[in-house]
Write a protein that binds this ligand. Structure first.
Ligand SMILES: C[S@@+](CC[C@H](N)C(=O)[O-])C[C@H]1O[C@@H](n2cnc3c(N)ncnc32)[C@H](O)[C@@H]1O
Length: 303
């Protein structure tokens, strides 16, 4: 398969796919990996193609001419490319090689993609991202505070846990931005937060999205819930009342608390905050936010 990754954050897009499907090989923003799972979970993958061939641009015409299109053609076809001017030229080769060819530009049964990069990749589309994250924008939800994480990023964080089925706990749940995405992916959820206002907001959002799961007022340094992974974005410490050292202490104490019973933690922390813990720490991606805030995304594991 070829996973066509969003160019906005290739690192994060790659990590998300690999957490669910295993290690792949990256060329530009194309990740080559033979993995089958529910692709609609992915936030930063735009398309998934069945790999057909790779070649130099100068060989493309010959390759197209000699390829057995009968093997991939079904009912109708269209050619798509990141360089649209070539679409028509190459459609001719498919047209000439199949019986009763039919071109269908919208909802085609055989959508062939040609990607021009350093090399040229050709594949047949098997999945297109249709998720409309904008529809779930935090400010459109009944429980809203500006701390809310955006749904696309929240979804990627959940995927980084690699949990395909099971329970996600967010001990800094805020308005439940992460848990909403986890729930929509078919996972079970638990949320907790120190601030009663956040728990109230989360309750409204749980109702809005018809979610089942526990919501608890409490301190992440003390609560203990069994889960398959923790996924969270703890406070950033941008407010004057929460200084960097206090934030680092909070992260440390929280991780000490959960180390004994949680195998995996996906955590997003501001660039300048040191994450100290007994967990094995892997920096998987960086998220650049407007206004000078850069956040690092870590996956912490016990082994
Ligand atoms: C960046 S916000 C999380 C936003 C959340 N992901 C959302 O989508 O709304 C961090 C949250 O951590 C909570 N918090 C701060 N200290 C905490 C602690 N010791 N235990 C639990 N929650 C805490 C804050 O009340 C805040 O809601």
């Amino acid at each position: 398969m070829i996973f066509v990754l969003s160019g906005k954050n290739v690192e994060l897009a790659r990590a998300e796919v690999e957490a669910l499907g295993g290690k792949g090989r990256l060329y530009d923003n194309f990740l080559f990996l033979d993995a089958k799972f529910d692709y609609s979970r992915l936030a930063y993958t735009n398309k998934v193609l069945k790999f057909l061939f790779k070649c130099k641009k100068s060989d493309l015409k010959n390759k197209f001419e000699s390829f057995n299109w009968k093997n991939v053609y079904k009912n109708n076809f269209c050619i798509r490319s990141n360089k649209t001017k070539y679409e028509k030229d190459f459609a001719k080769f498919v047209w000439d090689s199949v019986d009763n060819p039919k071109v269908q530009l919208v909802n085609s049964d055989t959508e062939i993609w040609i990607y021009f990069g350093k090399d040229v990749f050709v594949g047949k589309k098997v999945y297109d991202r249709e998720e409309k994250f904008q529809k779930r924008r935090p400010d459109l939800r009944p429980g809203f505070y500006p701390v809310s994480i955006k749904p696309k990023l929240a979804r990627a964080l959940v995927n980084l846990s690699g949990v395909r089925k099971g329970m996600i706990w967010d001990p800094f749940c805020g308005t439940s931005g992460i848990l909403i995405e986890a729930w929509l992916m078919g996972l079970k959820v638990i949320g907790s937060d120190l601030d009663p206002k956040m728990i109230e907001a989360s309750k409204k959002n749980f109702k809005e999205f018809d979610m089942k799961g526990r919501l608890k007022l409490g301190d992440s340094r003390k609560l203990k819930y069994k889960c398959d992974a923790i996924v969270c974005d703890p406070p950033y410490g941008r407010r004057a009342s929460l200084h960097k050292t206090e934030i680092e202490k909070l992260y440390k104490k929280f991780l000490e608390n959960v180390y004994g019973f949680v195998d995996k933690v996906v955590l997003m922390a501001p660039n300048n905050v040191k994450v100290v813990s007994k967990y094995k720490k892997r920096l998987v991606a960086v998220d650049y936010v407007h206004g000078g805030l850069t956040r690092k995304i870590y996956v912490l594991t016990r082994d």
